[in-house]
Design a protein around this ligand. Structure first.
Ligand code: UDX
Length: 432
């Protein structure tokens, strides 16, 4: 099938490349000519495991093309809108301006019997408004809203085998083509065909729930700090109940990235607009708990260092999570920045995110070698749980640092092993 993908960010590029690898003829359009040039040349503008290899193969088979020219989509049967909806500069609501511009330009050139599929995360009510625009313009184009649930770091697998497909439409018959499209490569994935507001809400409710779980366990971590309890044992013991579940009860420095933080804020803003601020007031608390996790980490570091001025702090991790070079709203990078602003001699290492971190925060010191990063450190902080850090040999690296004190910001290390090797370990929510 000939399809287009508008927007070549994490979501759009991944979707386009994966669909092309299944044999669809895919046209990718983005207004960013630099990004398009990179992709045309076979380079991904971001890191995602397995995606670069797929890009090379679809460029070779010529099942994909990249352009800034929107008229290239005129023959496509399905047009996927994968435009970012970042947090508004002036407040906490989502900024829909780029999405709206893209929608208008797609509409002006798309085939009349084609389908426009919104994949972007949007405030509830957006799709209905866009559908009204279609009917005002007497367009025959069909609109579907089809939220995307892929996780960075697992995006390829999540695209080929999504855990669910949700399609919002004016009428179930409007969703048939898209439902068949997904069924053709992922026949066992449960599909939910529903109305627009439900489809939009499934996405933000899922992210709000995940954020809630993380902030819940970080709230317990605050209580554990004050009472001497161990939040990791607590998480294991409550998570063993499958009504609760152990996943997303990883206590530590909290969530970041391009989705969870901005999605819960946009959800709050939308609830306020609907006069339902009270219904989601708990999300505001969870946002605060999440931000407090970062300041609690800084407080632990300062307690350990005393006056931080000129003291070397080795920061292991800049990305918001492992297997990604994404530093958007990264807890790791924010903690590094705060300590540097307080005068510490901060050195940041990350297996993949050094370039994106340096672009976002140019005035930090970045170091590619873990050995050099640790050399002479008076405090080491593990802030992103890359395997490279989890597999460090405490006996080997103890010789590098000046003071063998390590803050495990993600509660992932084998505490006994590190302590036996002579390290003092620090963490949130447990006294070690
Ligand atoms: C999330 C959703 O999972 C995905 O379905 C949606 O499409 C986009 O947003 P992503 O942002 O890739 O995906 O990351 P996710 O794996 O959800 O992690 C988000 C953040 O939570 C990371 O910073 C991670 O470190 C943190 N986290 C996760 C915790 O602090 N504790 C946990 O137990 C789990």
């Amino acid at each position: 099938m000939k399809i287009s993908v508008i927007g070549a960010g994490y979501l759009g590029a991944t979707h386009a490349i994966c669909m092309a690898s299944l044999g669809h003829e895919v046209v990718v359009v983005d207004v960013d000519s630099e990004k398009i040039a990179l992709l045309k040349g076979g380079t991904l503008p971001f890191f995602e495991p397995g995606l670069s290899e797929l890009l090379s193969s679809v460029l070779e088979t010529k099942t994909i093309s990249f352009t800034t020219d929107i008229t290239a989509i005129s023959e496509c049967a399905i047009n996927f809108l994968c435009i970012g909806t970042p947090q508004n500069r002036e407040g906490i609501a989502a900024d829909l301006s780029a999405l709206e511009r893209a929608f208008d330009s797609v509409l002006s050139v798309a085939k009349s019997d084609s389908i426009i599929v919104g994949k972007s995360t949007v405030p509830v009510g957006t799709a209905q408004r866009l559908a009204r625009e279609l009917s005002n313009k007497k367009s025959d184009t069909t609109l579907n809203w089809n939220p995307e649930f892929l996780r960075e770091g697992h995006a390829v697998a999540d695209t080929f085998e999504p855990n669910r497909i949700v399609i919002g439409a004016l009428a179930p018959s409007d969703a048939r083509v898209l439902a068949d499209f997904y069924r053709s490569f992922s026949p066992n994935t449960p599909q939910f065909i529903t109305n627009f507001p439900t489809a939009e809400l499934v996405k933000v409710a899922a992210n709000a729930f995940l954020a809630t779980k993380i902030s819940f366990i970080n709230a317990m971590s605050e209580i554990a700090d004050a009472t001497g309890a161990d939040v990791t044992v607590l998480a294991d013991a409550i998570g063993i109940d499958d009504r609760i579940g152990r996943k997303f009860l990883g206590a530590g420095i909290g969530f970041g990235g391009g989705c969870l933080p901005k999605d819960i804020r946009a959800f709050l803003a939308r609830a306020d607009e609907l006069g339902l601020g009270e219904s989601l007031a708990f999300l505001q608390e969870f946002d605060l708990i999440n931000q407090r996790a970062r300041s609690r980490a800084v407080a632990v570091a300062l307690k350990e260092l005393g006056n931080p001025k000129g003291k070397k702090v080795a920061i292991l991790g800049a990305a918001f999570k492992p297997e990604s070079d994404d530093v958007r709203d990264s807890p790791a990078l924010e903690i590094a920045q705060t300590l540097a602003a307080l005068g510490a001699d901060v050195v940041v290492n990350d297996p993949r995110a050094l370039a994106s971190a340096a672009e976002k925060v140019p005035d930090l010191t970045y170091e590619e070698s873990i050995t050099q990063t640790l050399q002479g450190a008076e405090l080491t902080m593990l802030l992103t749980e890359w395997n490279e850090y989890r597999s460090l040999d405490p006996e080997k690296v103890i010789g590098l640092v000046k003071t063998p004190t390590l803050f495990d910001g993600r509660n992932v290390l084998d505490v006994g092993k590190w302590q036996t090797a002579g390290w003092k370990l620090l963490a949130l929510g447990r006294s070690l």
